[in-house]
Design a protein around this ligand. Structure first.
Ligand code: SF4
Ligand code: SF4
Length: 438
């Protein structure tokens, strides 16, 4: 079986973490492994993952190291891991590794290793100290200073990094301050994820989570602040996905693609799940020590998950924003107890956001005076896409191709094409690589 667009998320230390953030969605996974006080992936399990993953012939071999806190594994494990990857490499093509961390254990040795092996590091910071209050150590100590020290290490060590911001009750009223904070600290690549943790009753969210109205307000103000900035090199993953869809390119984020079939999550002991929001016994696909990833992908459990996750809610069928939204992420419905006959949790927010973003992008593209650098960036991108459309031959893909019914018009940029942002790098080494595997 071939699975060219598959990415793997690894949880080498499982749910284990040296912090205890208020909104952590992964802590409950502990209940799945009672008695596992020190969950750690063995090199043998990792080797089995590499071997089985490579057999699926992915276009790029992409591993996202996540947790819990993956650096709890220690640097020696990671040194061994890159040796294992090298044994399973295809010619000179390197593996793409990304690592999501709270930064607490990073030091100069780590930073040297990460830079030497070209890891893309995602550092979790929710904004300035007064907005970063949900991120804390187990003893309640705030995590801000530790994260900033890690940021300095990444910068001085020339490690490629981006910032993961969780939008929670703590920072949701302050999108401009968060953006300003990122700018002040030269964090030019960021992704924003809404906290929408279930609270028991159907449709209810935890006290740390945000409402659909707050989400819409945050994203619209963030987008407007980005427009005002007029700097196309400032990358916000969500905005980049809006740009892709606006220009007729496939978005890279699964949330906008109605595609839950191109990601597998592997836990510390080799257990495999379809998505890291669905590490639950009912969704366990198997274990790499007993079955191959190929067998699991062909299995009933995986097919059932994908068809459930990708099934459109009734209210979405005639929606004008369907080709942009695709009902959003399954977790914003199913995990909140919202059924297919009900409105997805973020539906109204999405409608407000798309109704604001799309005409703004149209205006930016048409008028040079509002944001001259974005105007020229958008038109340069559009020109490249037009030129590609005129080329004969099959469409090329920049990122995993969405399903036919979900595909916006247009031919995407090839992985080896020059990046349309004008950096001079190949797309796969530039904007095509900026987002973590998730
Ligand atoms: S459930 Fe959400 S995060 Fe998981 S694969 Fe589907 S869209 Fe992506
Ligand atoms: S905006 Fe609402 S109705 Fe439209 S596709 Fe998204 S979730 Fe469905």
């Amino acid at each position: 079986m071939r699975k060219p667009n598959l990415g793997i998320l690894l949880k080498p230390a499982g749910f284990d973490c040296n912090m205890a953030c208020d909104y952590c969605y992964y802590r409950p996974v502990q209940e799945l492994y009672p008695g596992a006080d020190n969950p750690r992936m063995s090199p043998e399990v990792f080797e089995a993952v590499c071997e089985q993953y490579r057999a699926l012939e992915p276009a790029e071999m992409k591993i996202g190291w996540q947790g819990g806190e993956p650096t709890l594994m220690g640097l020696d494990f990671f040194r061994e891991a890159v040796r294992i990857e090298a044994r399973h490499a295809r010619g000179a093509e390197p593996w793409g590794n990304s690592l999501q961390t709270n930064g607490a254990l990073l030091d100069e040795d780590w930073s040297r290793f990460l830079a030497d092996n070209r890891f893309l590091v995602g550092l979790s910071i929710d904004g300035p100290a007064e907005l970063n209050t949900m991120r804390k150590f187990r003893n309640g100590k705030p995590a801000f200073d530790t994260a900033m020290r890690a940021l300095d290490l990444l910068k001085s060590g020339h490690v490629e990094y981006n910032i993961l911001v969780v939008i929670s009750r703590a920072n949701v009223e302050h999108p401009e301050e968060v953006l300003q904070f990122l700018l002040e600290h030269d964090c030019r690549f960021a992704q924003f994820i809404p906290c929408t943790e279930p609270a028991g009753e159907a449709g209810a969210v935890s006290e740390h989570s945000i409402s659909p109205g707050q989400y819409a307000e945050f994203i619209i103000r963030l987008f407007d602040a980005w427009v005002e900035l007029d700097d196309p090199s400032f990358y916000i993953r969500r905005v980049d996905n809006y740009l892709h869809m606006f220009l007729g390119l496939p978005p890279e984020c699964c949330e906008y693609r109605q595609d839950c079939s191109n990601l597998l999550t592997v836990e510390w002991n080799g257990d495999v799940y379809p998505c890291d929001f669905y590490v639950q016994e009912r969704y366990r696909l198997g274990n790499v020590r007993e079955q191959t990833l190929s067998q699991m992908l062909r299995g009933r459990a995986f097919r059932d998950f994908v068809s459930r996750a990708e099934r459109l809610p009734d209210v979405c069928r005639d929606c004008e924003w369907l080709s942009f939204c695709h009902a959003g992420c399954f977790r914003h419905r199913e995990k909140l107890g919202i059924g297919v006959q009900e409105m997805p949790y973020l539906c109204e927010a999405k409608k407000r956001i798309f109704s604001h973003v799309t005409p703004t992008l149209e205006e930016l593209k048409a008028r040079p005076d509002k944001a001259p650098r974005l105007h020229s960036f958008l038109n340069r991108l559009a020109g490249r896409i037009d030129a590609q459309r005129r080329q004969p031959g099959p469409a090329r893909t920049a990122s995993p191709a969405p399903r036919a019914r979900a595909q916006p018009p247009g031919h995407p940029i090839g992985r080896n094409d020059p990046c349309p942002c004008g950096s001079g790098k190949k797309y796969k080494h530039c904007c095509g690589r900026k987002a973590l595997v998730s």
